[in-house]
Ligand binder design. Structure first.
Ligand SMILES: [Cu+2]
Length: 135
């Protein structure tokens, strides 16, 4: 089949646009560290129960990868956990998708610098917990 010249140009422009969009999405997406990176790995657990995150405060050493185990213990209630890097909740460091409890998920956060970080539920923003990364 032979496309008329105008149709061919439109098709080529569409392909270029899609490729550009894909490249932009990859560059802006979260950087997943390769499995071969030899940082220490620790695990912390957060539970959603009674529309609260427990415990309210977690600690972790700087530079360790953290496996966040998120336990949604509220039957029939959707929760989605996000770890933010700033108080305004504009920097997302890791997240578990929204799921209806009871459910259990694990996500990995790459080594963090010293500081204070905050967990929150995307469905219930008043559900918060702190992560204090120390030395
Ligand atoms: Cu929630």
């Amino acid at each position: 089949m032979r496309l008329p010249p105008t149709r061919l140009v439109a098709t080529a422009a569409l392909v270029v646009t899609v490729v550009t969009a894909c490249n932009g999405a990859v560059a802006a997406g979260p950087q997943i560290p390769p499995a071969s990176v030899s940082r220490p790995v620790i695990q912390r657990t957060l539970t959603a129960h009674g529309i609260e995150l427990k415990p309210a405060d977690l600690t972790a050493p700087a530079g360790s990868d953290i496996l966040i185990a998120f336990d949604n213990a509220d039957p029939g209630v959707p929760h989605g956990l996000v770890l933010y890097g700033d108080a305004a909740h504009t920097i997302t460091l890791g997240a578990a998708p929204v799921v209806v409890g009871p459910d259990h998920q694990v996500f990995r956060v790459a080594g963090l610098a010293l500081g204070r970080y905050q967990f929150s539920c995307v469905v219930h923003p008043m559900m918060v917990a702190n992560l204090v990364v120390g030395s």
